[in-house]
Design a protein around this ligand. Structure first.
Ligand code: C2O
Ligand code: CU
Length: 572
């Protein structure tokens, strides 16, 4: 008995760890936005300084509060002492403003994207996206939320007082070494934090409260729920409000995904509750479940031990305090009307297969690829005609789950393994988790932004996988732009020609033929570039980079399934 009492006291000491007041990121609510990326230190643990990266501060960045239609002028100044980029995750903007791997901000320089906010009210985020460095820069603390507002959202009776009844939550796990410094890459991410606060608690009023959830972790998936299995209501997915609130007790979010939820705390003043991850319920193969692979006999190097895997753990303590003036006290019955893309509108279906370069029981160690090819800055994997509505059929042929993210657009999920998506996946999405073996069809439209210089990305949002090459590039091309045939030979068109851009595009006249390889030949007859295209990426339309070519005249030789064509082009 005495032992039991000692044990109980010991356990209760363990669970009443010191709580820290949740940090609420500052906000910028302006069309002129200045972000300074800087190194700093932050005390995740009292008295222990950890080296960090932040925007306008030591860790994380300010929340940008934007309105649909705002004309933004942003200055991102890089004082990190090393190159990085800043990507606006989820925003529908041109490739040059997107902040992908091509748009490097060199140290001590300022990047000046300018664009009009053209997204629905929802929660988005920004983070670095430099090739091979995304995990490092995000793990070190660089990430911030973007809240977009619009007239539809404003017309609803929803909580929207930032930090009071509308709480931004950047949820992450990190790994610290014995000296309290951040470790990356890692599978030992055993420290949970919200807004860079470890063991956080926040006061929330006894009314309907809105939580904006971002899984900003490098790899871990969360299975959100509340203590006592309190029902909550999902009101927004990645890129917009739902048609009506979806009552849930669990909500799974993988890396990069967001959701807004309402929780009704009316009458609960004085109580505390926990936002948790019920990771014991995650299926094997999802990062954060008991086993990282679909089969328990698979091995992932350095995966164990990690006390968070497969267990239910607290994320944030909510202390319910008095109501505010004019509280929201009811969950709305309906939200907005969604006009989804229809399968019948699709112009084209593309296949993407996620695979591992290692087979067998070691497959979890990756590297992982998309269509068997690794990210290559010199290859445009996919070329899309401006205005195309497309189904992207994504198949996970690996034994672990991967969150697939597409830049530029928001998509609707048509089906998951042939079944309609669960209610929490309905609406606007830019990132979707595929479990081992799953096939998910999504539909979207590539509208508004064609670009001859910079591609968009699609990739796994597990940052270690992304850095490991699980990423591809797509360009959206305006086929009408600058077609100029130097040769009389028919068979394909080449545009823009001459080119002073980064890539050119070739389109076969025969709609049913596909380009399988191409070669660029200089005036001496030497092949300066040859690329064989992966089966899944073969298409009637293909773009190839010309940015490394010196100015002059070249021949492009196109190998198609049925023919070989050659045409002259000029690089200016
Ligand atoms: Cu959140 Cu391509 O990234
Ligand atoms: Cu992945």
């Amino acid at each position: 008995m005495k032992n039991l009492i000692t044990l109980l006291i010991f356990i209760s000491c363990l669970i009443t760890v010191a709580q820290n007041q949740l940090l609420i990121p500052t906000t910028i609510e302006s069309t002129n936005i200045n972000l300074t990326l800087q190194n700093g230190t932050h005390q995740f643990f009292a008295g222990e300084n950890t080296a960090t990266m932040g925007a306008n501060g030591n860790v994380l960045g300010p929340t940008l509060i934007l309105n649909n239609g705002d004309d933004l002028n942003i200055n991102v100044t890089n004082n990190l002492g090393e190159p990085t980029t800043i990507h606006w995750h989820g925003l529908h903007i041109s490739a040059e403003n997107d902040g992908g791997p091509h748009t490097i901000i060199q140290p001590n320089t300022t990047w000046n994207p300018q664009f009009t906010v053209d997204n629905k009210a929802a929660t988005y985020w920004y983070h670095p996206h430099l090739i091979d460095k995304t995990d490092e820069h995000v793990s070190n603390g660089l990430a911030g939320l973007i809240i977009i507002r619009d007239a539809e959202e404003a017309a609803l009776d929803l909580p929207r007082t930032y930090g009071v009844d509308d709480i931004p939550l950047v949820i992450q796990t990190k790994d610290f070494d014995a000296g309290f410094q951040i470790v990356h890459p890692t599978n030992n991410d055993d420290t949970v934090m919200v807004n860079a606060t470890v063991d956080p608690m926040v006061d929330v009023p006894a009314q309907v409260v809105r939580l904006r959830l971002l899984n900003g972790s490098s790899q871990r998936t969360f299975n959100f729920g509340f203590s006592g299995n309190l029902t909550f209501y999902q009101i927004a997915t990645d890129g917009g409000l739902k048609e009506s609130p979806v009552a849930l007790t669990r909500l799974r979010l993988s890396n990069g995904e967001r959701s807004e939820i309402l929780v009704d705390l009316t009458g609960m003043q004085g109580q505390t509750l926990q936002l948790m991850s019920y990771a014991s319920e995650l299926q094997n193969g999802i990062n954060g479940a008991t086993f990282p692979g679909a089969s328990t006999s698979m091995v992932l190097d350095n995966y164990n031990p990690n006390p968070l895997n497969g267990t239910d753990f607290n994320i944030l303590q909510l202390n319910v305090i008095a109501q505010t003036a004019n509280p929201v006290t009811t969950i709305p019955n309906s939200l907005v009307t969604i006009t989804p893309y229809l399968e019948s509108d699709s112009d084209f279906t593309r296949n993407f297969s996620l695979s591992s370069v290692i087979g067998g029981l070691d497959a979890l160690n990756g590297d992982f690829t998309i269509n068997n090819v690794s990210m290559d800055m010199n290859v445009i994997n996919v070329t899309i005609p401006l205005g195309n509505t497309e189904i992207w059929s994504i198949q996970n042929g690996t034994p672990s789950a991967h969150p697939f993210h597409i830049h530029d657009i928001q998509f609707n999920i048509l089906d998951v393994d042939g079944n309609p998506p669960a209610a929490y996946l309905e609406g606007w999405k830019d990132t979707i988790l595929l479990r081992p073996g799953q096939v998910i069809n999504v539909i979207t439209k590539f509208d508004d932004f064609a670009d001859e210089t910079i591609p968009f990305m699609y990739h796994c949002h597990m940052l270690t996988h992304e850095d490991g090459g699980m990423m591809g590039q797509f360009v959206v091309v305006d086929e009408g732009a600058g077609v100029n045939d130097f040769d009389l030979e028919n068979g394909f068109s080449l545009f823009p020609n001459p080119s002073n851009g980064v890539y050119m595009s070739a389109k076969l006249t025969d709609q049913n033929d596909r380009i399988t390889a191409y070669a660029i030949i200089n005036e001496l007859g030497q092949i300066v570039n040859y690329h064989k295209i992966h089966e899944n990426e073969m298409n009637n339309l293909y773009s190839f980079p010309v940015f490394e070519l010196s100015t002059g005249s070249y021949m492009l030789r196109i190998f198609s399934e049925n023919n070989i064509y050659t045409k002259r082009f000029i690089k200016k």
